[in-house]
Design a protein. Structure first.
Length: 195
């Protein structure tokens, strides 16, 4: 049972925030009447335990602890961290993990039917590749400046395999590969060599 999706956790958060809101109001009332006060550490602890929304609302509605830096900045920071933590905990993938041993050797990753990836030698540069692209009437889909590579779209009248064979012969080209399609919903699978 996931604690963050259970109804018990939601009830806990609502109850704690309502209690925290009224505790901040009670402390403000006691301050006005110059009576015994609730310790600041206890007020902050309520926020840390999940009552940060109630603490923040209590500060605003009751105009309480708004000048104290640890409340003025601390409570909104606690609230922000709790929201981020809640989002991270609720973003878990529902797909089962796939072990490498479960992957069938015949599984071939899907690739683009018209785009290939070409990596070139940085010392030689990309000028020979650019000339070859122009000569072959291909187009640059993307220039990966950081890694000395390009995504190149083949001409309509050529097959992907013909285009790959052509670019493998260009001066300075180190590798020519398929542009594999990876969906965010697909399980992570190791790439199988097809040599």
């Amino acid at each position: 049972m996931e604690i963050f999706s259970s109804s018990y956790f939601i009830v806990y958060l609502i109850a704690l925030n309502v209690v925290t809101f009224f505790v901040y109001g009670l402390d403000k009332l006691k301050a006005k009447r110059r009576k015994w006060r609730i310790r600041e550490a206890s007020l902050l602890l309520l926020a840390v335990l999940g009552g940060s929304i109630g603490a923040w609302l209590g500060m605003k509605v009751w105009d309480h602890k708004t000048q104290h830096k640890k409340f003025k900045y601390g409570v909104p920071l606690i609230l922000l961290l709790q929201i981020v933590l809640l989002l991270l905990c609720s973003c878990g993938s529902k797909q089962p993990l796939v072990r490498a041993s479960e992957i069938q050797p015949s599984a071939v990753a899907e690739h683009s039917p018209s785009v290939l990836l070409v990596m070139y030698d940085q010392e030689i540069g990309k000028e020979p590749l650019l000339k070859a692209i122009k000569k072959y009437k291909a187009t640059i889909k993307y220039d990966y400046h950081q890694i000395s590579g390009m995504a190149i779209q083949k001409p309509d009248d050529k097959t992907l395999e013909e285009t790959m064979a052509f670019f493998k012969k260009v001066e300075g080209v180190q590798t020519v590969e398929y542009d594999y399609v990876h969906r965010l919903t697909d399980p992570v699978r190791p790439r199988l060599e097809t040599r």
